[in-house]
Ligand binder design. Structure first.
Ligand code: TSJ
Length: 649
């Protein structure tokens, strides 16, 4: 009786595995290289589970020359005794029974949305062979094969070669070893990628503190061991490597709430982008979901409360927005829970609504506890400071947007600040000269062709915003005037169609101040009007450095080598005038050398120039005094070896 039902059960089970082979896509999503790795992850996940439950602390993954792969842990070993319902060994159940919640069962796609969780039997079904060994005092062994059934012409999948056997061979090891050869008849490729595997193993090592993950590839004799005593803290530190962090140690917490285990680590850098990486049961959730939503609102609430308590936010101030705390934030959120539902485009978004309040509550609770720690006062202060800056920028950008909008009204067109607008209304031919200094600005106004040339003088050192945050240039009068004059708006509001001058020409002196102003302007355009540069509308005017003259002969030289040539042209008895600034030229000289389209030289600014300028400015304005000193030291010849002057003509 027992034997009969055991046989019947067996047949049904094998039909199940055959179904996997008939429609592999339903179980592993794809038979591409991604699917190939999926059947490896099924096995790895089982070993990770054993470790996560505290029964194993070491996992070895090996790639063999025959194309097979193996995974071994030092856990309790898959149960070897006879499973009461199935009537076969636990090992046989694991490799021949489709995981509950598998495809045919509910049609709910609950198999973790194409990620893991379909079970080791799917790996078996899609392999040519699979061997398992369990180490428990002695070595237990079993093997499965897929073979072509001559009578039906179909492949039978994952059939036991023999029941689980206790070999009697004594062993001191504990654990489970599984080796399998992916079936060439199933997969588009059966070549594992060591790179793909290493990337994931490293991630798993970060997510599972203290777990040793050992990888060996026979093809290349490459060996690698991952082990992170700091877990998520090490993960965050790794992601922030090479960046400048706002505080030394990441904040870390772990707590369970309503059956959901929540663990996170965060650390801010001085960057503007954020990197929040979330996981559910060790599976990445790049589309976010309920756990991430709860986490973000928890962070926002907690930090805002702290800012209020410490009077860093005054009564009249609005709360910081979530986005303000996101700037420069690197965070790992790892959640472990049951009955996971994945949603979204790529089924990588956590749908379980219960995750949201649980994670939010843990986040607030744990951060509040950390905030009571006096040693972390500096850390939280730095976070609030960063948010404060972000909020300032946000408000400044909003203001700038309003200015840009205002600038669109015809009324304000000719009335912006000290702008001497042109009379023509054809943007394609119109030029805007941004001129350093009032006196050069005055000359330019006299020299210009009013019809199509507009002049905007910049006061003495209007843009000397050193040591202030770059974003504050948006609050600068002159910059606002430029935004307003161009008519395009900035940032997300930018519209090239509304550009009123198709040539925007920066005219500054060939000295340190001049190149500083130029760099700031380029940085501004780079950050807020990138398209203006990309579309080739930004130019740098090239005033000459020397005038060589005699009686009524005048020749201009734009650099030292040209000076020699010009001296020869003018000949004996020449005089040289060195222009220290634009202001030393009279209107007619300025016209001829720098403004007249027939005789002037313009350098069109490329996006690389602007990016370089931004870097320079970031270093010069940054908080890192050391970096700044280093930069200035290395570029001590700033004046002569000016980046842009070098590129002229
Ligand atoms: F995927 C797999 F099945 F092939 C596989 C499972 C592969 C590898 C490399 C390891 C494992 C695995 C399974 N490692 N450890 C376990 N543990 C159990 O299956 C186990 C052991 C004891 C008990 C118990 O309740 O006593 C329960 C379980 C699930």
């Amino acid at each position: 009786m027992a034997k009969n039902s055991y046989k019947a059960e067996d047949i049904k089970i094998l039909e199940g595995l055959d179904a996997v082979r008939t429609r592999p896509g339903m179980y592993i999503g794809t038979t591409s290289v991604k699917g190939l790795h999926h059947i490896l992850w099924e096995i790895v996940d089982n070993a990770i589970d054993e470790a996560a439950n505290g029964y194993a602390d070491r996992i070895e993954i090996k790639l063999y020359k025959d194309g097979s792969a193996s995974v071994e842990d030092n856990g309790r070993g898959i149960p070897t005794d006879i499973h009461s319902k199935a009537g076969v060994s636990g090992v046989q159940v694991v490799f021949t029974q489709l995981h509950a919640g598998g495809k045919f069962d509910s049609g709910s796609y609950s198999y973790s949305g194409g990620l893991h969780g379909v079970g080791a039997s799917v790996t078996n079904a899609l392999s040519e062979w699979l061997k398992v060994e369990v180490y428990k005092d002695t070595v237990y062994a079993m093997e499965f094969r897929s073979y072509l059934d001559e009578s039906t012409g179909k492949v039978k999948s994952g059939v036991p070669v023999a029941p689980l056997k206790n070999t009697g061979i004594k062993t001191k090891k504990k654990g489970t070893f599984v080796r399998f050869l992916p079936d060439k008849r199933v997969f588009e490729t059966v070549v594992f990628s060591a790179e793909t595997i290493l990337k994931r193993l490293k991630e798993l090592a970060f997510l599972n503190k203290g777990l040793t993950i050992d990888f060996y590839d026979e093809h290349t004799d490459y060996h690698r061991v991952y082990r992170y005593e700091g877990g998520l803290v090490d993960f965050v530190k790794y992601l922030n490597e090479g960046k400048s962090t706002l505080y030394g140690e990441p904040l870390y917490a772990k707590e369970e709430k309503d059956g959901i285990l929540v663990e996170f680590a965060i650390q801010h850098t001085d960057a503007y982008v954020d990197g929040v990486y979330s996981y559910v049961n060790n599976i990445p959730t790049p589309e976010g979901g309920m756990h991430e939503t709860g986490f973000r609102s928890g962070l926002t609430r907690s930090f805002n409360d702290y800012a209020r308590e410490k009077n860093l936010l005054k009564e009249k101030d609005d709360n910081f927005l979530g986005d303000d705390f996101k700037e420069g934030l690197t965070a790992i959120l790892s959640v472990k829970m049951q009955n996971v539902q994945f949603e979204g485009q790529t089924k990588t978004k956590l749908g379980n609504p219960e995750a949201r309040p649980a994670v939010e509550s843990v986040t607030v609770n744990e951060l509040d506890a950390l905030m009571k720690n006096k040693k972390l006062a500096k850390t939280f202060e730095a976070i609030i400071n960063k948010a404060m800056n972000a909020a300032k920028v946000r408000l400044a950008a909003k203001k700038a947007k309003e200015i840009a909008r205002a600038s669109k009204s015809i009324e304000s067109q000719n009335l912006v600040g000290k702008l001497a607008a042109c009379s023509g209304r054809k943007p394609e031919t119109n030029e805007l000269f941004i001129v350093e200094g009032d006196s050069a600005g005055g000359s330019a106004k006299q020299a210009r062709v009013r019809q199509y040339q507009a002049i905007l003088p910049l006061r003495g050192k209007p843009l000397n915003v050193e040591k202030k945050k770059l974003e504050q240039i948006l609050q600068n009068e002159e910059i606002r005037t430029i935004i307003s004059a161009l008519g395009t708006g900035i940032g997300s509001e930018f519209s090239l169609d509304s550009l009123k001058y198709h040539k925007v020409i920066i005219l500054s002196d060939a000295d340190v101040d001049g190149s500083h102003i130029r760099a700031i302007l380029l940085t501004f355009f780079f950050r807020y009007m990138k398209e203006l540069i990309n579309e080739g509308h930004v130019y740098i005017g090239m005033p000459p450095l020397y005038k060589v003259y005699k009686n009524n002969v005048e020749e201009y030289a734009y650099d030292d080598s040209e000076l020699q040539k010009k001296i020869e042209i003018v000949g004996r008895g020449y005089s040289i005038q060195r222009y220290k600034g634009l202001g030393e030229m009279d209107p007619s000289q300025l016209w001829e050398t720098t403004m007249n389209p027939d005789t002037r030289t313009l350098m069109q600014v490329t996006i690389e120039d602007a990016a370089e300028a931004e870097r320079l400015i970031t270093v010069l304005m940054g908080d890192e005094v050391g970096e700044r000193k280093k930069y200035i030291f290395e570029n001590a010849d700033f004046n002569k070896e000016d980046k842009f002057a070098k590129m002229k003509r």
